[in-house]
Design a protein around this ligand. Sequence first.
Ligand SMILES: CC(C)(COP(=O)(O)OP(=O)(O)OC[C@H]1O[C@@H](n2cnc3c(N)ncnc32)[C@H](O)[C@@H]1OP(=O)(O)O)[C@@H](O)C(=O)NCCC(=O)NCCS
Length: 333
Amino acid sequence: MKTYEVKVLGTGMYAPKKILTNVDLESIVETDAQWIFERTGIQERHICSTEGGEFPTDMALNATLDALKAANLVPNDIDLILFGTCTPDVKLPNSASILQVKLGITNNCACLDIAAACSGFIYGFNMASAMIKTGMIKNALIVGSEMLSREVNWKDRNTCILFGDGCGVALIGRAEEGSESKIYSSVLNADGTGGEFFDQPIGGAVTPLTAEHIEAGAHYMQMKGKEMFKVATRTLAENAQKVITEAGLSLEDVDWVVPHQANIRIIETTAKLIGIGMDKMIVNIHKYGNTSAATVPIAFHEAIMDGRIKRGDVVLFDAFGAGLTAGATLLKY
Ligand SMILES: CC(C)(COP(=O)(O)OP(=O)(O)OC[C@H]1O[C@@H](n2cnc3c(N)ncnc32)[C@H](O)[C@@H]1OP(=O)(O)O)[C@@H](O)C(=O)NCCC(=O)NCCS
């Protein structure tokens, strides 16, 4: 069977206009701006307008238009949309299908949402890459877009200080003849036994939402931060090592790591466990907080735009999230 190499053709991002700083949070919950910065590395986060224009598929539309321009493609060149989100515009139809219409795509491309929380972008990236490699599709749009501000409990200081809204996308497709771009290796995994460390059990088929739940604020996301921290660092390091080993490369070959941005201390600990310097870790958590599926594509896009990540660089994506899901990708950009 003929197989194809995969190339990142273009990237894009969208950050909502409203910025919420740590100092702003002091008047929302009992917290301290300095505490937040020291324990998480976060200084501010962006928050979507609830008036419209910045819902997850709106942000994705903006980001995708930039990615299309960078890739020199038109919307109908997209054969597949994989939309990583745990905060979709609506329950049905899926966000990928809504985005297809907003982009004006008329080729009936396949549309699927990926519910893998913070690993959603990497899940989409790896699945779409496999489809491009085998020739099933030519170009795929991978989205990570979240409006977590709707789903966090603004009375719970353990969670609300950590999250932000935003979107990042990547357009990937067949590498042209002679291109050095490729995917070396990828891994996806999950450990469902840790599901209760980060969940949102109210509002599904088992326990439909009631007025009492809303009154008590029981329907929001809830998290056991310390447990998540421990599993996150271990899993991120293990998956990074797995893809490097599988590719037959060494740590020195890796130019950049684009890790999920949940907490600067998670990123620092992971770097230490992998044995790689912080100078190779792409970090922007201070500006956006944890935007779940959007952290990796936003950080990737920013590092391309400011010239850190260049064509030919070896880049490692590494993410972890609720589920507990995780995934990594090692690629030559
Ligand atoms: C949530 C997190 C920042 C907490 O940091 P921590 O160093 O573990 O802090 P602790 O939970 O030990 O809390 C320390 C103290 O600060 C307090 N505290 C918690 N949140 C606070 C806040 N927002 N402001 C001020 N104080 C706070 C706690 O109540 C605790 O006080 P106590 O010792 O009197 O009980 C950290 O565990 C974390 O980032 N975990 C990973 C979460 C995550 O990102 N998960 C998603 C991965 S996809």
